[in-house]
Design a protein around this ligand. Structure first.
Ligand SMILES: *Cc1c(COP(=O)(O)O)cnc(C)c1O
Length: 336
């Protein structure tokens, strides 16, 4: 592995492995807008089955998967409840409001994880859905305990509203906790899952739900320009990722914990549950922006996520030597 750059900005920066490229080159393809791409169909069936749902729809991005999921539950003028740090709110360019006419209302949370009692207290007639994020990105890769999700589902059912799971990193939650993917899947009416994060595919996410909802999602996908033709070349990367890169997410989690331990007291290793390390630099001798720029000059890339917060993400292209290198650069800058 090339260690001239250790890129900890995101788990989206991975490049396809040789094996993945071979699988892509060998993919059987057809026109997916005609429903004729066998590799896309295989991926959709495989992912639906993994989550215990009837159907899935291959989409170009997690953002599109989320937005389709929200629109299937919330009509224009309806309300979505989510936490204030939710990806659907912070990083999707206003799409819920812009394309869906959806009003979002936020519920306070700790590390991005909604408290079912607080959600129940905020429900009102115009609320049509609740969104959760598994694992939680801005929450530092935090994992929703399955009991909390069960409670949220109960709250949603009692109010007759939908529960959407932004499962971009649901794979990490599954590997970290051992909770079966089908158990997570059973609690959400719609899910979006990403193949382009820790699983290391270059492109691709899926919307997962019932046959009926996915059929409507397919129509909405077309209206957003998300109908793709010989997409089997890309779907093959996703199938390869599920075969080869799922179990190894545990390595990313161990490396994230090692990073957090080495960066105490600015990181909390006990709060590092998956592949994301959150640094709190409130009491550090360097600002988040300065740390990111100085580390970058030494070949260790990370993202400032606020004036005094930095995010480090482990993935397929960061090995043990990369973690050593990152610690050797970051520790002196932080004086720890
Ligand atoms: C990355 C991510 C997405 C999807 O992002 P795209 O760049 O649109 O694929 C959705 N939710 C979360 C929590 C994410 O981290």
């Amino acid at each position: 592995m090339d260690h001239s750059i250790v890129d900890l900005r995101s788990d989206t920066v991975t490049r396809p492995t040789e094996g993945m490229r071979e699988a892509m080159a060998a993919a059987d393809v057809g026109d997916d807008v005609y429903g004729e791409d066998p590799t896309v169909r295989e991926l959709e069936e495989r992912v639906a089955g993994l989550l215990g749902h009837e159907a899935a729809l291959y989409v170009p991005s997690g953002t599109m998967g989320n937005q389709l999921g929200l629109r299937l539950s919330v009509p224009p003028g309806g309300e979505l409840l989510c936490d204030a740090d939710a990806h659907v709110l912070c990083y999707e360019s206003g799409a819920a409001a812009w394309y869906g006419g959806i009003q979002t209302r936020t519920v306070l949370s700790s590390r991005g994880l909604l408290d079912p009692d607080l959600v129940a207290a905020q429900l009102r007639p115009m609320t049509r859905a609740i969104a959760v994020e598994q694992t939680h990105n801005r929450g530092g890769g935090s994992v929703y305990p399955i009991e909390t999700l069960r409670e949220l589902r109960r709250v949603a059912d009692e109010a007759g509203v939908g529960l959407h799971c932004d499962g971009a990193r649901i794979w990490n939650a599954h590997v970290a906790t051992g909770v079966p993917l089908t158990s997570y899947g059973a609690l959400a009416g719609t899910l979006s899952v990403c193949l382009s994060k820790g699983l290391g595919a270059p492109v691709g996410s899926l919307l997962v739900s019932s046959t009926e909802r996915v059929a409507e999602g397919r129509r909405l996908r077309r209206s957003l320009g998300g109908g793709m033709r010989q997409a089997g070349v890309l779907a093959a990367a996703g199938l390869h990722a599920l075969d080869h890169h799922l179990v190894r997410l545990a390595d990313d989690h161990a490396r994230a914990r090692r990073l957090a331990e080495g960066l105490a007291p600015y990181a909390d290793s006990s709060a590092t549950e998956t592949n994301i390390v959150r640094l709190d630099l409130s009491d550090a001798p360097v600002s988040a922006a300065d740390l990111a720029s100085k580390a970058g000059e030494e070949g260790v890339r990370c993202n400032a996520t606020g004036p005094s917060t930095v995010r480090l993400v482990t993935h397929l292209d960061v090995d043990d030597a990369g973690v050593d290198r990152a610690l050797a650069v970051l520790r002196p800058l932080l004086g720890c």
